[in-house]
Design a protein around this ligand. Structure first.
Ligand code: MN
Length: 240
């Protein structure tokens, strides 16, 4: 049997009621991974001491969307419109990101996951775009997440994202109220929203480390370019 790469997906904490409290990952993540030929493995929020053990099982990591990031990790106090955050998740994911990077594992950061990469590398976030960024476009769509919402302009220069999609402009979905403020110095911006917000970045020193502000896992079913993005990621994970 052909060995498929195992893709660790970070997860959120949710509480539905007294009986249902725990791990949550939107099903589009594992559907997109299976469709692209990988094995999804959901990683629960755990003490950081579990990170090396989880990583030893995974050929690549997806940092998924979810809660806001505790602003203490970029040395800020919480502002009025910050959403729910879960400090233990941030702690674990920052550790997971650094260890995955040091082992040269392919990394795909999605929405919050992109912001997490930025914070882990010393960058900062806009805590709430609508109240803090003048002249911004809408970044939280009211239409279904499987539908594209705003355009992004993609840089052509030495750019993993451009190599995959081969287009200077694409349409993406948008489900975030936070965004990149100052990009970490080791990240290189590769895509922008019409209001100038950074929508994607790569870590240049690694072969496949990409963060995107949109949700490609929810577009992949209908958008061949986002399908290509997952295929490129899975292919890189196979080469380990
Ligand atoms: Mn957006």
């Amino acid at each position: 049997m052909l060995k498929k790469p195992v893709i660790g997906i970070t997860s959120s904490y949710v509480k539905h009621n007294h009986y249902m409290e725990g791990v949550y990952v939107h099903h589009d993540y594992h559907r997109a991974i299976i469709e692209a030929g990988g094995i999804p493995l959901i990683l629960p929020i755990s003490p950081s001491s579990m990170v090396p053990h989880y990583l030893s099982l995974c050929d690549g990591i997806i940092f998924s969307g979810g809660e806001d990031i505790d602003p203490q990790f970029y040395q800020e106090a919480p502002q009025q419109n910050i959403g729910f955050f879960y400090t233990e998740r941030d702690q674990m994911e920052i550790e997971l990101f650094h260890q995955a990077l040091s082992q040269n594992k392919p990394i795909l950061g999605i929405c919050r996951g992109f912001q997490l990469m930025n914070v882990a590398l010393g960058g900062t976030l806009i805590q709430d775009i609508p109240s803090q960024k003048k002249h911004s476009i809408a970044h939280f769509q009211s239409i279904p997440r499987s539908k594209p919402f705003h355009s992004v302009r993609i840089e052509k220069q030495h750019n993993l994202l451009f190599d995959i999609v081969q287009k200077e402009s694409i349409f993406v979905n948008s489900l975030h109220h936070q965004g990149i403020e100052r990009l970490a110095k080791d990240l290189y911006p590769v895509a922008y929203a019409p209001d100038g917000l950074i929508e994607a970045a790569i870590y240049e020193k690694a072969s496949w480390v990409l963060g995107v502000q949109w949700h490609p896992e929810s577009l992949a079913n209908n958008d061949p370019l986002m399908k290509l993005l997952f295929q490129s990621f899975i292919k890189q994970c196979k080469q380990k």
